[in-house]
Design a protein around this ligand. Structure first.
Ligand code: CP
Length: 317
């Protein structure tokens, strides 16, 4: 395995989940695999879960792990080719990437959508520059369009908690005060489309996601209808994808907040969210604190999803 961006990079998803569950039984079983190998995690944006879980996964595999926060202590990086660098950016990514790569064997990259140019974001310009110029395996730790380590952890969690072979999984948009990227809902849709689940997406009109990720998923604009009989409710905010509103907030409708009343429409569903979450915007205190809330085991599974991916990368070196 040389890269991770989409579910298809994991091959047979069911096999990947089974491998992850085996790793979870003994997460130190592959400690020899990463001996004298170095993992570099490059962050262009903030993180709590990804930062800790990915480093922990590397350490479980016996790797040395290094973290670079590009915006805290490194030179400010130019990312566009052809720019006259007479501003505040001292170094170009095209030199920085091979230099970073010379000190490591595997690279994780976090680089969010900027919302300045949809094409720049949806071409995964930053991540692809790492793939092209590092010569090393590269995985997304949430890039412009996708967060595969999160969606893989979400799928592992659903596998652990499901009570029927093919559960109904509903991804619902919920309100948020700031414009957020589509990476998490994109990847959740990408993974659910490949999993054995009855997958439904619900959001206000105007919040349609990219067809590349939604594919044949059912779309239901009536949230109450979508939630009927759900076994898992996956809440997430995202900004508009469609032109001419790319990256904009179109609604802050609080009637979409996941509340006890909304959860009562479901089949006693589990509540999921990738975190960090804005309480009483996305979800009420009562729901997130309820016994049906999976937000903590879901976050804990980030260590397992990362370890499975890095293990596969190490096996391919
Ligand atoms: N869910 C997630 O990726 O969390 P962080 O942004 O804290 O890493």
């Amino acid at each position: 395995m040389r890269k991770l961006l989409m579910a298809q990079d994991l091959g047979d998803l069911n096999k990947a989940v089974q491998e992850a569950l085996e790793i979870k039984k003994n997460r130190y079983a592959y400690k020899q695999l990463g001996e004298n190998k170095t993992l570099l995690c490059v962050f262009f944006n903030n993180s709590l879960r990804t930062r800790l879980s990915t480093q922990k996964a590397g350490m479980n595999l016996g790797m040395n792990t290094m973290v670079l926060d590009v915006n805290q202590g490194a030179w400010k990086l130019e990312t566009e080719r052809g720019v006259v660098m007479d501003g505040d950016k001292s170094e170009h990514l095209l030199e920085a990437i091979p230099v970073m790569a010379s000190f490591c064997d595997v690279i994780g990259v976090r680089s969010f959508a900027r919302f300045e140019n949809k094409e720049f974001d949806y071409q995964e310009t930053i991540l692809n520059q790492f793939i092209k110029y590092s010569g090393k395996p590269v995985f997304s730790m949430e890039s412009a369009t996708a967060h595969p380590l999160q969606a893989f952890a979400d799928l592992i969690t659903i596998e652990e908690y499901k009570k029927k072979e093919r559960p109904k999984v509903v991804m619902t948009w919920a309100p948020h005060p700031r414009a957020l990227p589509q990476a998490v809902p994109n990847s959740f849709a990408d993974f659910m489309n490949e999993a054995n689940v009855d997958f439904v997406i619900t959001h206000p009109k105007g919040y349609e996601l990219s067809e590349k990720f939604v594919r044949n998923a059912k779309i239901e604009y009536d949230q109450d209808k979508a939630l009927e009989g759900a076994d898992f409710v996956y809440a997430k905010n995202w900004s508009a994808y469609q032109d001419p509103h790319y990256g904009q907030i179109l609604s802050k409708d609080m009637s979409w907040t996941v509340s006890t009343e909304k959860m009562a429409l479901t089949n006693n569903a589990y509540f999921m969210h990738c975190l960090p979450v804005r309480r009483n915007m996305i979800v009420t205190d009562d729901v997130i604190e309820s016994p049906q809330s999976l937000v903590i085991p879901e976050a804990a599974n980030r260590e397992i999803s990362a370890e499975t991916v890095i293990k596969r990368i190490l096996e391919s070196l």
